[in-house]
Design a protein around this ligand. Structure first.
Ligand code: PMP
Length: 430
């Protein structure tokens, strides 16, 4: 146990430490007993406000009544067939809905899987099958999952990649634009050209894979000019553009897919996390001609597109319509940014407040100097907030970003309460 952390549920935490693999980390030493919408209670009955949302999984909150009702109804019918053995309508309907929501003026198709990493792996398989090329270009600071191939795509080394290599070849990392840290859009696009020049010919690259907002990397938004520039290179050389929307998708950024706000449509989109409101479901949606490149039987998996998760996903989509959650995502984002900027005026360490829709973050620096990321203060604030009943998550290459992924169903009063705890936590650790 680290001295700068507070173990709230000590007995269970001790059992966890001796029974569970060390590699499975845990941001907070807290064990949940029950939850509702944007709050949960620990095994000792303490209440917490959830600004972490299960890492972007709970856009419709814990136990959304319609989602739970849909899952219970599905449990009375069947729980599993493997879609590739006996098909079921909820899978088809989720695909139809994704096809209808994805941007781009072309015919679309989808496939469903279970985890975000699987969606990314499948998008790459499809891109390679379609282009008949091996190369993939990902970006510094990007995060794409924990399987061997997706780790290869992931930019950040520690702790994700440490000791797990070698990773598959033909993967290259270009710079992700980050004005705050001195990487312009022109620099980033130039780095792609350098890869073409030095590492792999453009004609051997199958795809670019990019997050509309880097999630684990620190909530940096991909500028529209960067996306247009990538698309121009993609069109010039016959390369596909993949949007990894595992964290940004399902309404988090104010539109169902963040790439709806892009100037151009990607060829493929990966989705997961909040898609099924807490049940494991992921997917790839995109150009029908591209998605249909692999031969029948080449894609899928035993649990891929579980009927229970599909039922949940359809209920999530219905809740978005009925509760106008896309509008809520935009409004909540504006509200959070305004309030966080007000907090920042009193906390010099907060050097940036940013986001897209309700995917919002603050970045901390020693004395506000952008050359000195402050991971120590970040950890202290996150720990202090948890002690006071607010769950936050950090992220970023330097661990100095606090991200907010509060359920879109959270009432304003709860946001205010959480933000007040955040402000108090800064005051307490300063
Ligand atoms: N891509 C992105 C952008 C992600 O944020 C994540 C998870 N944080 C993944 C892929 C991997 O998803 P999963 O953990 O469900 O495999």
């Amino acid at each position: 146990m680290q001295a700068d952390r507070q173990v709230l549920n000590a007995a269970l935490y001790a059992r966890r430490q001796s029974a569970v693999a060390r590699g499975v980390g845990q941001a907070h030493e807290i064990f949940i007993k029950n939850a509702r919408n944007s709050e949960f209670w620990d095994v000792e009955g303490r209440r917490f406000i959830d600004f972490a949302g299960g890492i972007a999984v709970l856009n419709t909150g814990h136990l959304h009544p319609q989602v739970i009702e849909a899952v219970k109804a599905q449990l009375d019918l069947y729980t599993h067939t493997c879609f590739q053995v006996i098909a079921y309508e909820p899978y088809v309907e989720v695909c139809e809905r994704l096809n209808a929501m994805a941007p781009g003026n072309f015919a679309k198709k989808s496939l469903l899987l279970t985890t975000g990493a699987e969606a990314v792996e499948n998008a790459i398989k499809i891109a390679r099958a379609y282009t008949k090329r091996p190369g993939v270009i990902a970006f510094t600071g990007g995060y794409h999952g924990r399987t061997n191939f997706t780790l290869g795509l992931t930019g950040k080394v520690a702790p994700y990649k440490l000791g797990f290599g070698p990773f598959p070849g033909e993967v290259f990392h270009a710079l992700f634009p980050n004005e705050l840290h001195g990487v312009s859009v022109a620099d980033a696009l130039h780095s792609v050209e350098l890869i073409f020049k030095n590492d792999i010919e453009a004609e051997r690259v199958a795809a670019f894979i990019v997050e509309p907002v880097q999630g684990e990397g620190g909530f940096y938004v991909a500028p529209p000019e960067f996306i247009s520039g990538l698309k121009a290179l993609a069109d010039k050389y016959g390369i596909l553009l993949i949007a990894d929307e595992v964290q940004t998708g399902a309404g988090r950024t104010g539109t169902w897919f963040a790439c709806e706000q892009w100037p151009v449509a990607p060829d493929l989109i990966t989705t997961a996390k909040s898609l099924a409101g807490g049940f494991p479901l992921s997917g790839v949606v995109g150009r029908a001609d591209v998605i249909d490149a692999p031969a029948a039987g080449g894609l899928g998996g035993t649990y891929a597109g579980s009927p229970v998760a599909c039922a949940a996903a359809l209920a999530v989509m219905k809740a978005f319509e009925e509760e106008k959650l896309l509008q809520r995502s935009q409004d909540m984002g504006a509200f959070l940014v305004e309030k966080l900027k007000a907090i920042a005026t009193k906390v010099p360490a907060i050097g940036d407040v940013r986001g897209m829709g309700a995917m919002v973050a603050i970045e901390l620096f020693e004395g506000g100097d952008v050359h000195r990321p402050d991971a120590v203060l970040t950890k202290k604030v996150v720990t202090e907030a948890a002690r006071r009943g607010l769950i936050l998550l950090s992220c970023g290459t330097y661990g100095n970003v606090i991200r907010i992924l509060v359920p879109l169903t959270a009432p304003d009063a709860l946001l205010e309460e959480g933000l007040a705890i955040l402000a108090d936590s800064f005051a307490a650790v300063a």
